[in-house]
Design a protein around this ligand. Structure first.
Ligand SMILES: C[S@@+](CC[C@H](N)C(=O)[O-])C[C@H]1O[C@@H](n2cnc3c(N)ncnc32)[C@H](O)[C@@H]1O
Length: 264
């Protein structure tokens, strides 16, 4: 039987696929919480050295490149790196795993970003490893920004009928039924990787077709976890891009965006 640490490899398998890379290659939006971060941290971002981790097909590259002074991006999926490099020729885009930043020296970057919940693809241990590496490569007072799935949001099981998309087109509807059934099958196959603790949960959701659990955490626990890893969370944004606090309820937000500063 596979171990709990396999959530990293199961998630990686998903992002290695050509179809996932093609899906991300079409994305050009800037999320509301990212817009809020760009607005509130404009001065810190202008001309900075930035490490963009888990860039997928380069959605964030598009809007960060004109803003920062020195841009470096990476992803652990070869397919994603290929798609991003094709979109941005000449830009420093590499294949790398966020758990091992040994390619970069201590205090190399002003800002490190892990957007769109990329950090949630890892086990708890893997997540702490990323944070420790980010702390090492950030300059004193540097910023680590990332988003992470919100444990306050009620969970849905693959069997829930809300996961079955309806269509009047019979061919489309058959495809939807197959996807729904595949979601249940995927969930059963990777159920042994799910985990619930007081401070976090490895929970399945439809974003990867229930192929692997994803890390979910409450805001208060994320702030505490960041502190143990040497970061002070100084801004939190909900899914609408509104500043929020650990006390406020954000059950409608699928994920939460955190801006942390490396503690002295
Ligand atoms: C949800 S996608 C987001 C992609 C991109 N950041 C965006 O916002 O469009 C998560 C990305 O993180 C990458 N990723 C997950 N874990 C990673 C790791 N340990 N090292 C590098 N990349 C990782 C995945 O390959 C995937 O491209």
């Amino acid at each position: 039987m596979a171990s709990r640490d396999d959530i990293a490899s199961l998630n990686k398998d998903f992002y290695l696929s050509k179809s996932a890379a093609a899906w991300y290659a079409e994305k050009e939006f800037v999320m509301p919480e990212e817009q809020a971060f760009l607005r509130d941290y404009e001065l810190a971002l202008k001309g900075c050295s930035l490490l963009d981790m888990g860039i997928g097909a380069g959605r964030t590259t598009r809007f960060l490149l004109p803003l920062v002074g020195d841009y470096r991006g990476f992803d652990y999926s070869e397919e994603m790196v290929r798609a991003a490099a094709a979109r941005f020729p000449g830009v420093k885009i590499e294949e790398r795993d966020a758990r091992d930043l040994s390619a970069y020296g201590e205090a190399s970057f002003d800002v490190v970003l892990f957007s769109f919940n990329g950090i949630d693809c890892l086990s708890h241990q893997g997540r702490l490893q990323v944070m420790s590496e980010v702390k090492r490569v950030l300059k004193p007072g540097g910023i680590f920004a990332f988003s992470s799935h919100n444990r306050e949001k009620p969970k849905t099981l693959p069997q829930d009928l809300s996961n079955l998309n309806r269509s009047k087109n019979p061919v489309r509807m058959i495809k939807n039924l197959i996807e729904y059934w595949q979601g249940i099958r995927n969930w059963k196959r990777s159920l042994h990787c799910a985990e619930e603790t007081d401070s976090y949960e490895l929970r399945h959701d439809s974003s990867n077709g229930f192929k692997a659990p994803i890390y979910y955490i409450r805001k208060s626990h994320q702030v505490a976890q960041a502190a143990t890893q040497g970061f002070a969370v100084e801004a939190i944004y909900n899914g609408k891009g509104q500043p929020t606090t650990v006390e406020e309820s954000d059950t409608a937000s699928s994920w939460i965006f955190y801006a942390c500063r490396k503690s002295a």
